[in-house]
Unconditional design. Sequence first.
Length: 356
Amino acid sequence: MKKYKVKLTQEEREELEAISSKGKHAAQTVLNALILLACDEGQFQKQRSINEEISRVLNVSMKTIDRVKKRFVEEGFEAVLTRKPSTYQYQSKVDGDLEAHLIALCCSDPPTGYKRWSLRLLADKAVEMEYVDRISHETVRQGFKKNVLKPWKTEGWVIPPVQNGDFVAQMEVVLDTYKYPYDPLYRVLCMDESPKQLIAETRLPVLPKPGNLARYDYEYSRKGVCNIFIAAKFLVDIERHYRHAEKITLVMDNLNTHKPGWLYETFNPRKAKALLDRFEFVYTPKHGSWLNMAEIELRVLSNQCLNSKIKSIMEVRRQVGAREKERNNKEAVINWRFTTDDARIKLKRLYPSSCV
C-alpha cells in the first residue's frame, strides 16, 4: 500500500506539461514536474508508471521520487515547483578584523626567501599570528575578491611625470594633430618600431594527445634580433607610397633613431633634405608613447601574432604579412576619442599648478 499518492487536476497537469516542454525553468523544477506527471493517479491520467520505471527513465533515485511525492501531499502543488530555502546557518570565518589584518599583511614586505605574498602564505601567516585558528587559501581569496583586491597580480604602468610642462605641451600637439580633417594632400601617419628576438627550439616538443599535455624543453638557441620597422629607410617607402601628398605628418616617439639627423647619416645630403622637406615630425612625450596609435597596433600584433618562438626573419615576415592582410581586409581602425579637453580634466595632475 503506497503512503503518498499523487492525484493531479486537469489544470495542474497542463501547467506541469508546459513547464516540462518549454525549457524556461530551473532543471530541478522541470525534473519535479516530470516526476509528478509520471506518478499521477488522477482521473485524467491514462497510464501510471511505477517508481522503478520512473527512476530508470529519469535517472533519479527512488528516494528522490518519494521525496517529491511527500512534498506534494504534505505541502501542496506550488511547494514542489519552488526551491525549498536552506535552513543551514553558515558562519563566516573572515570578519572585518581578519580582513584588515590580511590586507595589512599584503601591504607589508613578504617574509625572507619569498618574492611576494601568495594566498597560501597569507593563510599560513594568519594562523601563525593567531588571527584565526585555521583558514584555507581559498577563503583568503574569496575575501580579497569581495573587496576587489588581487594581491597575487601585478600590473606595470608607464607613469608620466607630474606637473611637467614639456610633457603636456607635446601631448597636446599630438592630440591636436589627431583632430586634423582628412586631406589626401596632407597625410597624418603614425610610426613605431617593435623588436623581435629570434629563437629556435633545440629539441622537438612532445605534441599533446588524449590524456597527456604537451611538453616543451626550456633550452633554446638565439638566432638574432629583428625589427618590424627600420626608421630611416622606412621613410622612403612612406614617401613613395604617398608621392602625391604635399606634406606628410608623422607621429612617432622620441627614439634616438627618429631624429632628422639620421637621414643625413643614412642618405646623401640632397636625398636627406628632400625627405626632410616632405615630412613634418610630431613626437610623443617621454613616458607618453601610449599616445601613438601605431604603438597600440604593434602591441596587438606582438600579443596575438608574435608572442611565440620564431627562429627566422622569413617566418616573422610571413606571420606579420598574414596579420597585416587580415587587418586590412577587415578595415580595422582605432576609434580615437581622447581629446585635449579630456586630457585637461582626466590628467589634470600632469599640468603645472600655475596653469590650472
